[in-house]
Design a protein around this ligand. Sequence first.
Ligand code: NAD
Length: 325
Amino acid sequence: MAAQEYVTLERTGDKMPLAGFGCWKIAPTDCEATIFNAIKTGYRLIDSAQIYGNEVEVGLGIKKAIAEGVVKREELFIVTKLWNTYHHKDHVRPAFDKQLEELGLDYVDLYLIHFPVPCEYTPIAEAYPPPGWLKNGADKFNYERSPIQDCWREIEKIAESGKARNIGISNFNVQTMLDMLTYCTIKPAVLQIEHHPYLQQKRLVDWVWKQGIQIMAYSSFGPISYLEMTGTAKDAAPLMEHDVIKSIAAKHNKTASQVLLRWSVQRNIVVIPKSLNQGRMEANLGVFGWSLDESDLKAIAGLDAGLRFNDTMEPAYGIDLPLFD
Ligand code: NAD
């Protein structure tokens, strides 16, 4: 398998692997073994989050890999995210410290604000992992009066303490990022967004790069994760079975999933697929040492449909908040 490639983060010069492994929807009972296996298979970037409810097990998998000499801590790039319920300036640091404790780590490589959405606070002592979008027992979404500026300042302090080597954001749009650039002391290093051929967001991506911010793509395979979650994929054909993707895969003697991942990494966009299946786990790392050509890129560009699956509204989360409008 061709060697991993990297992008360099502006402030620290840290090298972020272009092919990583995501932790969403890994059941805690599978998670330690899965993370250990992913690291043994060659993954060095692990994308975790408070809301995935498996950070203890993610940490155990990492600890095992280090203990067994598979990898050294400094060779790993651990990403995690602050959940929406902890945006208030008094709640950011305790929430982060709880994550470090659960992960069993001294520091993370990248700490992201998961969504630009301050949800009503629920104390850690009352519920942890945190409730999702609705406070326990609530029937509708309520925001907390907590500006992103206050939250970001606390995140900057975590970076200044060295406990998060790099800091960034996820699911932010240009308006919110532009505002951040007017007050931040430390610029976000990374923006994590939904990104696949059906949702290319070229203008957003180009603008973000011009600010010196790197892009990490989630849901690189498009509708598939949301189909299993909600039973609907907005009538979009599965990308892995799309004729355009399949014919490009056949031309290069690769799988459709490798074409979808290569499409991002070839443009220096990090990918973080997840699979518990050993063959797929290995295949998803096979995205270096070969290239899509101009005609492939043109054909894939033609698939853009502005189709977002990880929406706050129906069918994904059903919250009365059109976040991406
Ligand atoms: P994914 O890339 O994990 O793909 C979805 C599904 O595709 C998987 O569940 C798996 O069953 C299947 N799959 C994986 N590899 C395959 C292969 N080679 N062949 C066939 N099927 C395969 O999608 P995702 O979970 O939406 O996103 C990946 C990661 O991104 C998550 O684990 C999480 O870490 C992150 N994420 C972040 C956000 C956010 O709001 N920041 C949102 C969603 C996901």
